[in-house]
Design a protein around this ligand. Structure first.
Ligand SMILES: CC(C)(COP(=O)(O)OP(=O)(O)OC[C@H]1O[C@@H](n2cnc3c(N)ncnc32)[C@H](O)[C@@H]1OP(=O)(O)O)[C@@H](O)C(=O)NCCC(=O)NCCS
Length: 198
């Protein structure tokens, strides 16, 4: 891969061409699978075509920001927001079918006040050679700004796959605190409540 090592530029994808993130998304999914200790095979089956692409296409409101070195994508963050209902608490995504625990908490816990609009910081990835240059911080600053200014946004969530705990402190800096274990600890959910502007 070309490495320009020049100035990093940040662009929002506004033409729907989410495929610019195919390699980065697949690298993120591989990172998660390599670190996974619980049902790593479920993580291993995740890729751009069954995760980022459909999420991007189906989310009501979304923002995809890509960091470029020249014309080479080197990092990205994908954020989305949807209207969630009580039914969202018992919804089981197709990838969770094999995670067959009884009475497990799903994507949202019982105590969360729904229906409400919930935002999600879905994907964050920076290529290893580009880490430590505040690229993720720049991506997250943009994503958090976008999420928090959404009309009627009530909560923000970020989901961390099992074994990827090293990223938890990064998200804590952005105000996220632990919410619950999803599907028996396959994922850890962190959240924050968005205070309405007075
Ligand atoms: C996590 C990740 C995105 C950070 O990217 P990065 O560009 O190196 O991070 P930045 O340089 O923007 O770091 C910004 C700040 O956060 C800190 N930081 C970076 N990674 C951190 C981590 N894992 N835990 C705690 N702090 C972290 C940096 O030290 C820096 O602190 P400073 O402002 O005091 O200097 C990158 O390591 C990555 O892609 N990891 C693999 C994918 C992944 O786990 N994504 C999350 C999926 S839920």
């Amino acid at each position: 891969m070309t490495m320009n090592n020049g100035e990093i530029t940040f662009k929002e994808i506004t033409d729907g061409n989410v495929a610019v993130c195919r390699e980065l998304c697949n690298a993120l999914m591989k990172h998660q699978a390599d670190n996974g200790v619980m049902h790593a095979e479920v993580l291993r089956a995740m890729n751009f075509d069954n995760r980022l692409k459909p999420s991007f296409e189906h989310s009501k409101e979304k923002q995809l920001i890509v960091a470029y070195d020249g014309d080479v994508p080197v990092g990205y963050v994908f954020s989305s927001a949807d209207d969630e209902t009580e039914e969202s608490k018992t919804m089981r995504p197709s990838w969770a079918a094999q995670l067959s625990g009884v009475n497990e908490i799903g994507m949202y816990p019982e105590w969360l006040a729904l229906p409400n609009k919930v935002g999600c910081l879905n994907n964050l990835y920076v290529m290893p050679a580009y880490r430590g240059r505040h690229i993720a911080a720049s991506l997250c600053d943009r994503a958090m700004h976008w999420l928090k200014q959404l009309e009627a946004i009530a909560y923000l969530y970020v989901y961390i796959s099992n074994g990827n705990d090293q990223v938890i402190d990064f998200y804590k800096k952005y105000g996220f605190t632990f919410s619950h274990d999803v599907f028996g600890g396959f994922i850890k959910a962190y959240y924050q409540k968005v205070e309405a502007e007075s």
